[in-house]
Ligand binder design. Structure first.
Ligand code: CO
Length: 155
C-alpha cells in the first residue's frame, strides 16, 4: 500500500513536469552575418523572454577585409544609449574592441571580427524589459550611422 502511494506520487510529479516543460525558457541562439559592407543580416531582430532565458549571438563575417579595415561587432544597448556608447567605443579603439571598458550602457557585445572570422557571445535576457526600446549596432569607428537595427523584446 505504501509502495503504491510512492509510485502514484512519482507519477503525478512526472506528469506535472511533462505538462509544464514546454513553457520553460530555453537557451536560444541567433545567427548574424556581416561582410565587406555596412550591413547586418538580419536588419531587425526579436526575441521572446518567455521562450528564451539567454541568447547566444553567433556573428560571422563572410567578407575578406581585415578587422582593422572592415571590422564589425554586435553590440546591444538601449536605443537611447546607443549613439553615445558607440562614440565612447570609437575613442576606446580597436585594442578595446571599440567598447569603452566597463561601459554600463552596453548590455552585451561580441569582439570585433574581420573577413573570414566568426565569434560567439551569450548573455542573459533577465535585464531586458518586454516592449523596451533596444538597438543593436556595430561600434567600429564610423559604422554606427548605418550599421544598426531594432532589437525587439516580446513576452
Ligand atoms: Co561594422
Amino acid at each position: 500500500m505504501k509502495y503504491f502511494i510512492v509510485v502514484k506520487s512519482l507519477f503525478v510529479v512526472c506528469v506535472y513536469f511533462l505538462s509544464t516543460s514546454t513553457t520553460f525558457a530555453q537557451e536560444c541562439t541567433m545567427e548574424v552575418t556581416v561582410g565587406d559592407n555596412l550591413n547586418f543580416i538580419p536588419t531587425e531582430m526579436s526575441v521572446s523572454k518567455s521562450e528564451c532565458s539567454s541568447l547566444t549571438i553567433n556573428l560571422e563575417h563572410n567578407g575578406v577585409l581585415p578587422r582593422n579595415g572592415m571590422g564589425h561587432n554586435w553590440v546591444l544597448s538601449l536605443t537611447s544609449d546607443a549613439q553615445a556608447a558607440a562614440q565612447s567605443g570609437w575613442q576606446a579603439g580597436l585594442d578595446n574592441q571599440y567598447i569603452r571598458p566597463g561601459d554600463e550602457r552596453v548590455i552585451a557585445t561580441t569582439d570585433i571580427i574581420g573577413g573570414g572570422e566568426s565569434t560567439s557571445m551569450t548573455f542573459s535576457l533577465n535585464s531586458l524589459e518586454v516592449g523596451g526600446e533596444y538597438t543593436y549596432f556595430c561600434s567600429f569607428v564610423g559604422h554606427f550611422g548605418v550599421m544598426q537595427g531594432s532589437f525587439i523584446v516580446n513576452d
